[in-house]
Design a protein around this ligand. Sequence first.
Ligand SMILES: N=c1c2ncn([C@@H]3O[C@H](COP(=O)(O)OP(=O)(O)OP(=O)(O)O)[C@@H](O)[C@H]3O)c2ncn1[C@@H]1O[C@H](COP(=O)(O)O)[C@@H](O)[C@H]1O
Length: 115
Amino acid sequence: MTAPDTFDRLFATIAARKGADTDGSYTASLFARGRARIAQKIGEEATEIVIAAMGPNPRAIVPEAADLLYHLFVLLADAGLTPDDVRAELAQREGTSGHEEKAARGPLPLSFRAE
Ligand SMILES: N=c1c2ncn([C@@H]3O[C@H](COP(=O)(O)OP(=O)(O)OP(=O)(O)O)[C@@H](O)[C@H]3O)c2ncn1[C@@H]1O[C@H](COP(=O)(O)O)[C@@H](O)[C@H]1O
């Protein structure tokens, strides 16, 4: 059996914080504040990635990506999902170009098209 990687260990820690004492854990306090607050944090972290992406130093993206992944993991755990659900979704997409997938969706109904 292979040792769990950093992502797996992080998710296990996050999941174990559900219902924990909020004083000692930022994760527990996020769970306590609820899904809307978690989703809002993801929006904030995504915005910070956009700002880092537009800057001159690509390394600045790394800590913002870590913040975003951490908050995404909190959302998954809050929703009763796991990174394995995301792995399975990505595995299902493996080998299908985004162009192919978009073409297979067919044209948008008229009501969705831009003027
Ligand atoms: N990876 C992280 C991690 N990344 C970011 N953060 C926290 O996420 C918050 C995001 O920062 P912001 O400035 O956006 O928010 P804030 O003003 O501090 O807080 P808000 O009131 O806005 O929510 C900071 O408090 C960070 O410390 C994290 N907190 C915890 N972890 C991991 O989760 C584990 C469990 O943490 P606790 O639940 O706190 O024990 C830790 O050991 C780490 O491995």
